[in-house]
Design a protein around this ligand. Structure first.
Ligand code: COA
Length: 601
């Protein structure tokens, strides 16, 4: 039995690649397996290449993996793109009606009636288009013929659960749609029967332990759930891929928890209205992606000087400009950390996986309230759209810290309420509108402790320092909280890997692969990119001879931050092709850096 199986479903956008994959993923998770996915599709609504990778295992899954065990190709393009990514011994399930169009020379020599083994890959034909279109008269159900074939071949996808999932997915389109999809599924099962033996070497074991209460969801939905658990009562946003599903999800669910959602005319208004809600005392946030995040910069400066808590979720995609709307990249670190005009340091967090998106959401609201400042959360497309199981959380266990909101103000000898009072911890007590006897005026101009505009050197210096020192206090809190750091690997290793965000899975898997080759490596991921936890990272770096920093951007943005902070050299592994970093790529970089170092010594 294998530890895991890695499947790719590929076809044309509009053909139902994503629906079929979601059904498979949810069914495997419901049967108790661990799942891990990556989906990517073109920016167009119809056409172009859509694909979803699904890794299933009875054990913990760290990353997306490398090469595929099975590719389900719903069209010829999927064959062209992915044939070379199939492992030796792997299988291509290919739509028979697409076969005639095959442009891959090797495949032209195959017998379309059966299966062929060539170059250590087996090609199995399944008549997806013909069955759905000609036999069942429902061309849309082509993806379910493919689904039936893979379910019969790999029993980790249980047919009974798949049928239930099909019902859940398509019931809104009517009973008939569900029925025909079940028929298509059965047809797929039938077509693969003669070739089942071919899949013997790809079988995985059954999950051992019974799973606790959990749900399978994506990074975006996990963040949305986290925000509801954190007591968020207001969301404003403008649709933008890959962040739109946060707006869609919250518009349905936030009102059930007493909250409100508004779709604004653009991203500037979205953040402006979030800041209004925050002033009124609500926990509020917006979600966007690169182009929208750029538009929000001025208002983030405003939130900083006005000391208004708010959370901005930036689901990064390939940039700059409209760039690659549906592809993965981690290239907004610079704008998130340094994008402000004026001296306006921010808190910037980066979740590591889907369950962590939920936790980071809760943390981000607490930090924003406690330090009365904007908190930016950097997610990215692959994490935002990836399915993973998350454990059920008891809402009563969620710690909520609203910071210094007071109903009674201590005047401390002052004639009236000083909204920006200078305190020992640099955080001034906040009153909410409606608090008896107290009000304050808030604006974007520099101000004195009462909020009155003031431009003297003394005022600007004092207030700038006040705002910056709050962030220093936040750093001290963060350094003490183990939640913000994830370590993995051999603690005695002299080679380290650093990174941020969702690349952690590939890093962990690379460390395990390197260990098998006798190379000892460890990693540290910080979930806080600003203020940089210099003490924790500095201590960790001390024992290391070589540190590889991996990230999905071309400039090596995090590497530059680390170089500036620690004045030492780092080996930079950057990637900006829209696809997440794979364990093999990290292994290759560590080995080549090691070889180079040895040559130099
Ligand atoms: N029976 C009936 N209906 C089916 C079906 C079946 N067996 N399989 C799929 N469908 C339906 C789906 O329900 C969906 O219907 P909907 O449009 O009413 O929701 C539709 O067919 C598309 O299928 P789906 O599986 O969701 O997607 P896909 O794999 O075909 O890919 C996308 C389509 C996702 C690529 C495309 O629609 C899209 O959204 N592109 C991205 C656009 C974008 O974000 N651009 C960026 C702008 S800046």
């Amino acid at each position: 039995m294998k530890d895991d199986v890695l499947i790719l479903v590929g076809g044309e956008g509009g053909e139902g690649v994503i629906s079929a994959s979601e059904i498979l993923v949810k069914a495997a998770a419901r049967a108790g397996y661990e799942v891990y996915t990556f989906r990517t599709f073109p920016a167009e609504i119809r056409g172009g290449h859509a694909q979803m990778q699904i890794r299933v295992s009875p054990k913990e899954i760290l990353s997306l993996g490398d090469r595929f065990d099975v590719v389900i190709a719903m069209n010829d393009e999927a064959v062209q793109l992915h044939l070379h990514e199939i492992k030796a011994g792997g299988i291509l399930i290919y739509d028979k009606s697409e076969y005639d169009k095959a442009s891959v020379a090797d495949l032209k020599t195959l017998d379309p009636n059966g299966y062929i083994q060539k170059n250590n890959i087996t090609v199995v034909m399944v008549p997806m288009t013909d069955t759905a279109g000609r036999d069942l008269k429902t061309p849309k159900s082509k993806n379910m013929v493919a689904t039936g074939a893979i379910c019969a071949a790999l029993p980790c996808f249980r047919i009974d659960i798949i049928k239930e999932m099909i019902k859940q997915q398509f019931i809104k389109k009517g009973d008939l749609v569900v029925q025909t999809n079940w028929q298509a599924l059965d047809a797929g099962v039938k077509y693969i029967q003669p070739n089942l033996k071919l899949f013997d070497s790809l079988q995985i074991g059954e999950p051992k332990s019974k799973k606790s209460k959990r749900m399978v969801t994506t990074g975006n939905i996990a963040f949305s759930l986290g925000s509801i658990l954190a007591g968020c009562k207001y969301f404003a946003g403008y649709p933008i891929t890959p962040a739109s599903d946060v707006l869609e999800y919250l518009s349905v669910h936030l009102p059930k928890f007493g909250g409100n959602v508004i779709q604004t005319e653009d991203e500037i208004s979205a953040l402006a209205s979030v800041l209004g809600a925050s002033y009124a005392g609500l926990r509020a946030y917006t979600a966007t992606s690169g182009p929208g995040f750029s538009l929000m910069q001025e208002l983030l400066g405003f939130a900083h000087i006005a000391e208004l808590p708010c959370v901005v979720l930036d689901v990064q995609r390939g940039g700059p400009s409209t760039g690659l709307p549906t592809k993965a990249e981690q290239s907004d670190l610079n704008i998130a950390v340094f994008g402000a005009h004026g001296d306006a340091p921010r808190i910037v967090l980066a979740p590591l996986d889907v369950p962590d998106c939920l936790q980071v959401a809760i943390k981000s609201f607490n930090l924003a309230d406690k330090y009365q400042t904007p908190v930016i959360v950097l997610s990215e497309q692959s994490l935002a759209h990836r399915f993973e199981p998350i454990e059920w959380i008891d809402p009563s266990t969620v710690a909520i810290d609203r910071g210094k909101i007071v109903e009674e103000v201590q005047l401390n000898g002052k004639p009236r309420y000083a909204r920006y009072d200078l305190t020992e911890d640099h955080i001034s007590p906040r009153v909410l509108p409606g608090t008896k006897n107290y009000y304050y005026i808030m604006g974007g101009l520099e101000h004195n402790i009462y909020g009155k505009p003031g431009y003297t050197p003394e005022i600007h210096k004092t207030m700038t320092e006040k705002r910056m020192k709050k962030l220093e206090l936040a750093r001290e809190e963060i350094e003490k909280d183990k939640y913000y750091f994830e370590e993995f690997g051999d603690t005695n290793a002299s080679i380290g890997i650093m990174g941020w965000g969702a690349t952690i899975g590939s890093t962990k898997e690379a460390i395990l692969l390197l260990k098998k080759e006798g190379i000892s490596v460890k990693t540290l991921y910080t979930k806080v990119l600003s203020p940089l936890p210099v003490e924790t990272i500095g201590k960790w770096l001390k024992s290391l001879d070589m540190v590889v920093v991996i990230e999905m951007n071309a400039l090596g943005q995090f590497t530059r931050v680390l170089e500036a902070a620690f004045k030492r050299d780092f080996v930079s592994l950057t990637k900006c092709d829209g696809v997440p970093i794979k364990p093999e790529e990290i292994v290759g970089k560590v080995k080549s850096a090691l070889a180079l170092e040895r040559r130099l010594v």
